[in-house]
Structure formats: C-alpha cells, structure tokens
Design a protein around this ligand. Structure first.
Ligand code: ATP
Ligand code: MG
Length: 277
C-alpha cells in the first residue's frame, strides 16, 4: 500500500498564450493555473474557441506557452529542448487529438505501434494487437484509416494513446464523433485505464455525461478559468472524501462506471508500476 501523499503530476502556473493577430494581439489563454494529482480525472469544458485544445496542447508539451509554466511529472517543460519534450511525451503522456490524426498510409495496427516503435520496443506488435482487441477492433487490424468509420478511427487513436501506458492521458473530445453506444464503450475504456493503471485523465469534452464521470470540472471562457470545482466522489453514492487528490487504490474501490469486461493492463496490479525519476 502506498501511504505517501499524492504529488502533483501536473502543475500549470500562470499560463498564457497569445498570437499576433494582424495589427493586434489575440489572447487565447490568460493566466491559467491549476494542478492535478497522480491518478486524478478532470474534464475541461467551455464554449468553442475558449482555449480548451490550446490548453491541452500546452499541458502535453505539444506547444509552448507565451508565459507561465507547465510541470509534468517533475519536468519543467519550459526548460526542455524539443528532443527532451518528445522524450517526456513518449514516456509519460498519451494524447488523443480532436481530429484523431492517424497516419493515412499506415494500417490500424501500424498506427497503434508507432509510439512504441519509436521507442524501439520489440513487443510493439503484440501490445498493439492486444489493445486493438480491447477497443473492439480485432477484425480491423489491417484496415487503413480511410477504411474505418469515425468511431473506429477514434478507438484506434485511443489504443495508440494507451500503448505506452502513460501516466497521464489527454483526450480532446474523445467521444465527440461517436454514437451513444460507442461513446459509452470509449468512456469505459478511459475510466478502466484510470482505475486499472492509475493513469490520470484530462478530458476536453462537450459531453456533460462524460464530464460528470470525472472528479473535477474546469470551465474555460474566453481563455480564462471561470469555474473549477470538484464533483462528488460517486454520483448518487456516499461521499468518501475529496477525489481531487485521490489515489488509484481508492479509485478502484470507487468506480464511476461499471467495470467493462476488458482485461487490465499487463502489470496493472501495481498502479505505480513506473518508478519515478
Ligand atoms: N495558431 C493559431 N493562431 C491564431 N489563433 C489561434 C491559433 N490556434 C488557435 N487559435 C485561436 O485560439 C482560440 C482557441 O482555440 P482552441 O482550439 O483552443 O479552442 P477550443 O476551446 O478547443 O474550441 P473547440 O471547442 O471549437 O474545439 C480560437 O479562437 C482560435 O481561433
Ligand atoms: Mg478544441
């Protein structure tokens, strides 16, 4: 049992992002600060154009802020070179893009293998096949993205994001293109990853139902946080304390969704399988 207090996995301090806009300056994010504990789940909501995707990209080290800082798993991203940023992303971060961003010339299987192939992992293929089974695409391994439906592409993108068993998964509208049934499957997958492997989730969503499944909602408007609130531990259930700093062990006893039949990750018996540092 891990009795040490949860350390912030993600710390965002006074983050701003501006763009030069012809003659003026467009402020897309304005003084954003929040932090997230290991294994926590959080929804980022807000109207179109409020800066959600921009914030996700900055938190994941895909983009650089104009000012402010992001510290992810102990790495101050501002001070990292592009190569160092890529290394942090490859070892600690999963990202599901709003537009999936699958590589059109690669099959579903090859797309999922890309992150581990970059890492030179010999088990890449077996891992990728396993994940595609878990997202219900066992019979689509050799399809190219163009041969897949939107929901299927979404699930390939999720499998790809899972393959490195990231400490934190950023997903930009992961259910945005899905029907209700597939959306529910994807939600279960996300929360199974959280409860089984202790992966923190940061989900941008317009889906109120998905947002309500997380521990916390951060609402953006015009590039600023206008609301940041914790949600009760279990909807309709008894309160067991704040989930904002909840540890994976607690979450396993307190699932937000009924457990899906998918298997846990290979080493998910130990939610802190990756050693720090
Ligand atoms: N490279 C850029 N140059 C200039 N403006 C940009 C750039 N990228 C984003 N923006 C602007 O930043 C604002 C926030 O964009 P962002 O994609 O973060 O919004 P969002 O909240 O994710 O919206 P949506 O819900 O529609 O996906 C938008 O008004 C957008 O036009
Ligand atoms: Mg967006």
């Amino acid at each position: 049992m891990n009795l040490s207090p949860p350390s912030p996995l993600l710390s965002v301090q006074h983050l701003s992002k501006t763009y030069q806009n012809g003659t003026g300056i467009l402020t897309v994010l304005n003084d954003i600060s929040f932090s997230l504990a290991t294994g926590a789940t959080c929804a980022i909501v807000g109207p179109s154009g409020s800066g959600k995707t921009t914030l996700l990209g900055l938190c994941a080290g895909l983009d650089r802020p104009t000012s402010g800082s992001v510290t992810l798993h102990g790495h101050a991203l501002n001070f990292l070179s592009e190569d160092e940023l890529a290394a942090v992303r490859n070892t600690s971060v999963g990202f599901v893009f709003q537009s999936f961003q699958l590589i059109p010339t690669l099959t579903a299987l090859e797309n999922v293998m890309v992150p581990v192939e970059l890492r030179g992992d010999k088990q890449a293929r077996a891992l990728a096949v396993d994940l595609l089974h878990r997202v219900g695409l066992a019979d689509r391994l050799h399809h190219y993205p163009i041969q897949l439906s939107g929901g299927e592409q979404q699930r390939v993108a999720l499998a790809r994001a899972f393959i490195n068993q990231p400490r934190i998964l950023f997903a930009d509208e992961p259910t945005g293109n899905l029907d209700a049934e597939t959306s529910e499957k994807v939600m279960r997958l996300l929360f199974d990853l959280n409860t089984g492997a202790g992966t923190a989730l940061v989900l941008v969503t317009h889906d109120g139902e998905l947002a309500q499944q997380t521990q916390r909602i951060i609402r953006l408007r015009g590039g600023m946080i206008v609301e940041d609130r914790d949600l009760p531990p279990v909807l309709g259930g008894k309160e067991t304390g704040t989930r904002r700093t909840g540890e994976p062990e607690n979450q396993q006893k307190d699932p937000r969704l009924p457990h899906s039949p998918i298997l846990p990750f290979p080493d998910s018996g130990n939610p802190t399988r990756k050693t720090d540092g």
